[in-house]
Ligand binder design. Sequence first.
Ligand SMILES: [Zn+2]
Length: 57
Amino acid sequence: MFPDCNYKENNIKEEEFLKHLREEHHSEITSISKKEEISIDMAEMITVSNSKVFINS
Ligand SMILES: [Zn+2]
């Protein structure tokens, strides 16, 4: 999802990944929400669901 993100562990829970997103990728999430004209919450949800493949890999 994010080119500079090397957060990768086995069996990451969504809540843990969400915490990481909020701590490390706040600016990216903010720019997604502006670009797509959606709320921060929605941008986080989309990012989490787009990242599920790598979360579970
Ligand atoms: Zn990251």
